[in-house]
Write a protein that binds this ligand. Structure first.
Ligand code: NAD
Length: 495
């Protein structure tokens, strides 16, 4: 079948990358386009033996190969060369990301591929300036010591990534792991395997030594994901995905007491105060609820609006939401692409139904758009706004991971803080206000890893990123990533 948005030529079939070689296997699964429900390419699933080969190659690379003896300066140059290749082959990465996810081209250009390049460059440069501690010490008997710390790689890192931002998620883990001198085995999502193999091509072309960067394809339980996280030869797991998968992985690594870094789900609350710049808040909530068709862990699915502006806010958000253009990735002005799959659309639609059963009043959307052309074959869904749900409704507590937004009025700071915090998740929040003191008062009281004030999803890669409660364990970003991907040793010298 000829796809409107095909994969680049090198991905006719999607191969694993192990020990510097592209590896095919006897077991294939389909990479399905969310835009037409048809297979884009076949993916070679890695079995436990291939995962074992990847982990052993990674171990060899850090313990015996040139990577293990490389300086941070050499690794930084290598990572910049990988970024150069991605930049040169930008259009192939763009095509792969759009074909796998069905998202607007402009988004994939400015967010996904851009961030892939930025992750390699940022961590290459941060690695160069990473510093440790230094102390001069005098003991009671007059003995003089100097203490200093060195950073050493953990060894072999297993990376398990999700489908919602494939290039971004994988490179966000691989770049800091590599600059710290580790080798990595990456298991991308079975829904979005293409860009991982393209990144392997970029690493190959950039001269990353064999075994340092590996990709194994497959599913979670009973497949490559489980084989990798259960492998005794890994030293740490960095995982992004659903909270219950994080829990399964934690059990898998418990016996070996491996280090974990988990970026998990969210049910994020946004707060709009009556003193906010009204139009900016409407635009901000529109973006934070519907970007990437609501498939960003940071999206706001719960929005609390101060009562005096509530009705006006609901009307303004409804008008802007209904003006959002849904369609093919390359349509001029398109704001929302498809969901990741038809199966995920079924899940999102089940929440549309549940919300009404739970007493929601539908303000906008609530179904599937009808185009009257071939777009009807895509996994599209309408951006949906509800009001009227009680705070204990399932739709107010479970992550839908689709373009949904529930608006509720509130009357006081203390009340809204309590309601936003009354969630088993704790990833992100955004506050819309022009009151400086209020912003500083409210932000630290929210039990989340990231609070944005008058903005959303604006990231500086040097800042800590992660969640509390069911939203994750640990922080990555900047030195926090370097701290996770390296082991610190103290060296104490008598002088
Ligand atoms: P998922 O947990 O279903 O899958 C993520 C990855 O884990 C996939 O590669 C999958 O194959 C693998 N996997 C599944 N079961 C496994 C197991 N038992 N052992 C090993 N690997 C296993 O998540 P998803 O549906 O791909 O992604 C959406 C979720 O990711 C949402 O909950 C979203 O909030 C979350 N997410 C969080 C962040 C964050 O930074 N906090 C970022 C992006 C996505």
């Amino acid at each position: 079948m000829v796809h409107r948005f095909p994969l680049p030529a090198s991905l006719k079939s999607i191969r694993n990358y192990v020990d510097g070689e592209f590896v095919t296997t006897g077991k294939l699964f389909d990479n399905i386009s969310p835009l037409d429900g048809q297979p884009l390419a076949q993916v070679h699933e890695a079995d436990a033996a291939l995962v074992d080969r990847a982990v052993r190659a990674a171990r060899h690379a850090v313990e015996e190969g040139p990577w293990g003896r490389s300086t941070v300066e050499e690794r930084a140059k290598t990572l910049h060369r990988v970024a150069d290749v991605i930049e040169r082959r930008f259009d192939e990465f763009l095509a792969a990301e759009v074909a796998d996810t069905g998202r607007p081209l402009e988004q994939a250009r400015k967010l996904d591929v851009y961030r892939g390049i930025a992750n390699f460059r940022t961590f290459a440069d941060l690695g160069r300036v990473a510093h440790g501690d230094f102390f001069e010490t005098t003991l009671a008997d007059g003995t003089r010591l100097i203490n200093y710390t060195v950073r050493k790689p953990l060894g072999v890192v297993a990376s398990i990534s999700p489908w919602n931002l494939p290039i971004l998620s994988l490179t966000w883990k691989a770049a800091p792991a590599l600059i710290c001198g580790n080798a990595i085995v990456c298991k991308p999502s079975e829904e979005t395997p293409s860009s991982a193999t393209l990144i392997a091509e970029a690493c190959h072309e950039a001269g990353v030594p064999p075994g340092v960067f590996n990709v194994v394809h497959g599913f979670g339980p009973g497949s490559a994901g489980e084989a990798l996280t259960r492998h005794p030869g890994i030293d740490a797991v960095t995982f992004t995905g659903e909270s219950r998968t994080g829990s399964a992985i934690m059990k898998a690594v418990a016996d070996g007491v491996k280090e974990v870094s988990f970026e998990l789900g969210g049910k994020n609350g946004a707060i709009v105060f009556a003193d906010a710049d009204f139009d900016a808040a409407v635009d901000g909530v529109l973006r934070s609820s519907f970007t990437n068709t609501g498939q960003v862990c940071l999206c706001s699915e719960r929005v609390y609006v101060e009562r005096p502006i509530f009705d006006r806010f609901v009307a303004a958000l409804k008008a802007k939401t209904e003006a959002l253009k849904i369609g093919w990735p390359d349509e001029p002005g398109v704001a929302m692409g498809s969901l990741i799959s038809h199966a995920h659309r079924d899940k999102v639609l089940s929440y549309f139904k549940l919300a009404l059963e739970e007493g929601a009043q539908l303000i906008s959307g609530g179904g599937v758009p009808h185009f009257g052309d071939e777009r009807d074959g895509g996994a599209f869904v309408q951006p949906t706004i509800w009001v009227g749900l009680p705070d204990d409704a399932r739709c107010m507590n479970e992550e839908v991971f689709g373009p949904v937004c529930h608006l509720a009025p509130f009357d006081s700071e203390d009340e809204v803080i309590r309601r936003v915090n009354a969630s088993s998740y704790g990833l992100a929040s955004s506050i819309w206000t022009n009151h400086l003191g209020r912003a500083h008062r409210v932000a630290p009281r929210l039990h989340v890893g990231i609070v944005w004030v008058n903005t959303w999803f604006s990231r500086d890669l040097r800042t800590p990123f992660g969640g509390s409660k069911l939203s994750g364990i640990g922080r990555e970003g900047g030195r926090h990533s370097l701290d996770f991907y390296s082991e610190t040793s103290n060296i104490c010298i008598r002088v």
